[in-house]
Design a protein around this ligand. Structure first.
Ligand SMILES: N[C@@H](CCC(=O)N[C@@H](CS)C(=O)NCC(=O)O)C(=O)O
Length: 266
């Protein structure tokens, strides 16, 4: 077994964060895909290494390391040769603030992805199977939100709030770049990896029109710079299942008028 085994999911934002830093550090790992739509995050064996029923989980020499932001810090602590974090205390504090921001935002990213698109796939499942999977979500708020967004889609409170928080995040990111090229400081690092998947998701859900090159020029430049990193294709693109990415786009486009209305109300 390799020293590093990553239990993850291609399009999952938290998994992408970790893969970006593994790529930056040129670390090879054994890849174990957890199919979230099939409910594999609830499998008895998986829950033994991640009691929160979520991806990612990194096994290091057989020991589970959980929580994506903490995995990023772990990778830096364990493999510092290619640095992904500044040394200067002030810059480090700023970097860690971004990790806290993205951790707090994560739930909203999930709500908009599921509320706009994934719910349309989940509702095709037999009702009892879907209900069983929802009941397996250990966090009560997350469970209630999942039920609400599956039933109500864009009308669910958590989806509307998710869209509002997403817009606020994009504005905060634009302002956060100041004069620097990267959120982590002088180089691409853990803050950039923690942020990127949410901006990519925003693009995949065709929401970029609410955050254009004109209104968010620095964010757009940064986004394109990440996409040009040498490990981007291997760590991000190669793991994205095209039918699902097409579905995100299609389901969002089908609800363009409703989304326009929601964004106009913010
Ligand atoms: N705080 C956790 C959140 C992980 C998380 O929410 N992962 C999502 C994918 S990005 C997941 O596994 N969702 C499965 C589900 O909600 O059923 C972390 O940062 O690792």
């Amino acid at each position: 077994m390799s020293d590093l085994v990553l239990f993850h999911n291609g399009p999952s934002t938290c998994s992408q964060k970790v893969r970006l830093i593994l790529g930056l550090k040129n670390l090879s790992y054994e890849s174990k895909i957890i199919d979230l739509q099939a409910g594999e995050q609830h499998n008895v064996d998986y829950v033994k290494i991640n009691p929160n029923h979520v991806v990612p989980t990194l096994l290091f020499k057989g020991n589970p390391i959980i929580e994506s932001s903490l995995i990023l810090e772990f990778l830096e602590d364990q493999f510092p040769e290619i640095s992904a974090r500044p040394n200067d205390a002030e810059a480090l504090h700023k970097t860690r603030l971004w990790l806290k921001t993205t951790d707090a935002y994560q739930v909203h990213g999930g709500s908009i992805t599921y509320g706009i698109a994934v719910r349309n796939i989940l509702i095709l499942k037999p009702k009892d199977e879907l209900e069983r999977e929802i009941n397996e979500i250990p966090n009560a708020e997350r469970r209630d939100n999942r039920r609400d967004l599956i039933e109500n889609g864009l009308k669910a409170e958590c989806v509307i709030q998710g869209l509002l928080e997403s817009k606020k995040l994009m504005d905060k990111l634009e302002n956060g770049l100041d004069d620097s090229d990267w959120f982590t400081g002088t180089n691409f690092g853990i803050a950039d990896a923690a942020i990127f998947p949410y901006v990519l998701r925003w693009e995949q859900l065709t929401l970029s029109r609410y955050c254009s090159e004109k209104s968010h020029p620095k964010l757009n430049d940064w986004f394109n710079k990440v996409k040009n990193l040498p490990f981007y294709e291997e760590q991000i693109l190669s793991f994205l299942p095209l039918p699902l990415i097409d579905a995100l786009k299609q389901f969002s486009s089908n609800q363009k008028d409703e989304l326009d209305e929601i964004f106009a109300s913010f």
